[in-house]
Design a protein around this ligand. Structure first.
Ligand SMILES: Cc1cc2nc3c(=O)[nH]c(=O)nc-3n(C[C@H](O)[C@H](O)[C@H](O)COP(=O)(O)O)c2cc1C
Length: 304
C-alpha cells in the first residue's frame, strides 16, 4: 500500500489528483462514468457574482496536440449556484472547490465572501488568469500591482484555503507566485491556458468568434512543466501543476518537478476516466519504484 495523501493548506486530499476548472463541469456530468469520491478534489467550472452568457460560438477549435477554447466563463451566477448546484456538489465525498472569477476587484471579493459561507466548499481557486474575457481575468494576473491588490482583498474576506491560479502569459511566472505567497495564499495552481489562435485557410476566417483563445492539452505540457519547476523552487507554499497532463506518467513528471498536487483538464474530454486512471497509475508507479509515500518523490529532481 502506498500513501497518496497530500495537504494543501489545511485541506487534506486522499490523493494528489484534482479535476481542472471548466473541464469537469459540476462533476455530475461524470457521475455515470466514475465514483467522483475517488478524486483528490474537483474544481468546479467558473462561478461569477452575476450570470454570464460566455462568448458567441464557435468557441472551441481543435489544434495539433491540443485545443483552443474561448468559453468565457459562462455560468448562472452565485445565487443560482447556491440554490441549485451547491446542494448537489456538497455530497460528493471529496474536496469540492470553487473557481472564482470577476471583472472588478469588488466582484472577486463579493463572490469570495459568499463562498466563505458555504461549509462544504473547503477552498477556492482564484482565477486571475482567464484569457477569454474582455475585463478581469488575465488582466489581473498579468499585472503585478493588480494581482497583488485582488489577492490581498480576497484574502481579507476569505478564511479557508485560497489557491491562486496563475497565467502563463507572462515573462516570469515566479514573480506572480511570490506575490500570491506574500499576500497569504495557501497555494498556487499553474498553468491556465496560453493565449493562441487558429485560422481556417479555406474559409479565410478565424476558427474562434473571439479570434484568440486559450490553448490547452499536450501541446502546452513542456512549457507548463518548466513553469511549475521554476515556481516550486521560488515559493514555499504548495504548487499545483497542470497543463497537458494526459496520463499518470505526465502527472509524475509534474510531481518530480515539485508539484504537490496536479490537475487534469483537457484529458477528461478525451477519456472521462482519465483522472481516476491517473490516480491508479501513480500508485502503481510508486510501488513499482519502491516508494511508500507520494511525498518522497515531490520535487525529487531538485534534490538530486
Ligand atoms: C473548455 C475549457 C474551459 C475552461 N474553463 C476554465 C474556467 O472556467 N476557469 C479556469 O480557471 N480555467 C478554465 N480552463 C483552463 C483549465 O482549467 C486548465 O488550466 C487548462 O486547460 C490547462 O490544463 P490542460 O492542458 O490539462 O487542459 C478551461 C479549459 C478548457 C479547455
Amino acid at each position: 500500500m502506498v500513501n497518496l495523501e497530500v495537504s494543501i493548506g489545511s485541506m487534506k486530499l486522499r490523493n494528489p489528483v484534482i479535476t481542472a476548472s471548466g473541464t469537469f463541469g459540476y462533476g455530475s456530468e461524470f457521475e455515470d462514468f466514475m465514483d467522483v469520491s475517488k478524486l483528490g478534489g474537483i474544481i468546479l467550472k467558473a462561478t461569477t457574482l452575476e450570470p454570464r452568457e460566455g462568448n458567441p460560438y464557435p468557441r472551441m477549435a481543435e489544434t495539433a496536440s491540443g485545443m483552443l477554447n474561448a468559453v468565457g466563463l459562462q455560468n448562472k451566477g452565485i445565487d443560482y449556484f447556491e440554490k441549485n448546484i451547491y446542494p448537489k456538489v456538497s455530497c460528493y465525498g471529496t474536496n469540492v472547490m470553487a473557481n472564482v472569477n470577476g471583472s472588478h476587484i469588488e466582484d472577486y471579493v463579493g463572490l469570495a465572501g459568499r463562498m466563505n459561507r458555504l461549509e462544504k466548499i473547503p477552498a477556492i481557486e482564484l482565477n486571475i488568469s482567464c484569457p477569454n474575457v474582455k475585463m478581469g481575468g488575465m488582466a489581473f494576473g498579468n499585472n503585478p500591482v493588480s494581482a497583488r491588490e485582488v489577492i490581498r482583498a480576497v484574502r481579507a474576506v476569505y478564511t479557508k484555503v485560497l489557491i491562486v491560479k496563475l497565467s502563463p502569459n507572462v515573462t516570469d511566472i515566479t514573480e506572480f507566485a511570490r506575490i500570491a505567497e506574500e499576500e497569504g495564499a495557501d497555494a498556487v495552481s499553474l498553468v491556465n491556458t496560453f493565449l493562441g489562435m487558429s485560422i481556417d485557410a479555406n474559409t479565410m476566417k478565424p476558427r474562434l468568434s473571439t479570434i484568440t483563445g486559450g490553448l490547452s492539452g499536450p501541446a502546452i505540457k513542456p512549457i507548463a512543466l518548466r513553469m511549475v519547476w521554476q515556481t516550486a523552487k521560488s515559493v514555499k507554499i504548495p504548487v499545483i501543476g497542470l497543463g497537458g497532463i494526459m496520463n499518470a506518467s505526465d502527472a509524475i513528471e509534474f510531481i518530480l518537478a515539485g508539484a504537490s498536487a496536479v490537475q487534469v483538464g483537457t484529458a477528461s474530454f478525451i477519456d472521462p476516466l482519465a483522472s481516476v486512471k491517473i490516480i491508479d497509475g501513480i500508485a502503481e508507479y510508486l510501488s513499482r519504484k519502491g516508494f511508500s509515500d507520494i511525498r518522497e518523490i515531490t520535487g525529487l529532481i531538485n534534490r538530486k
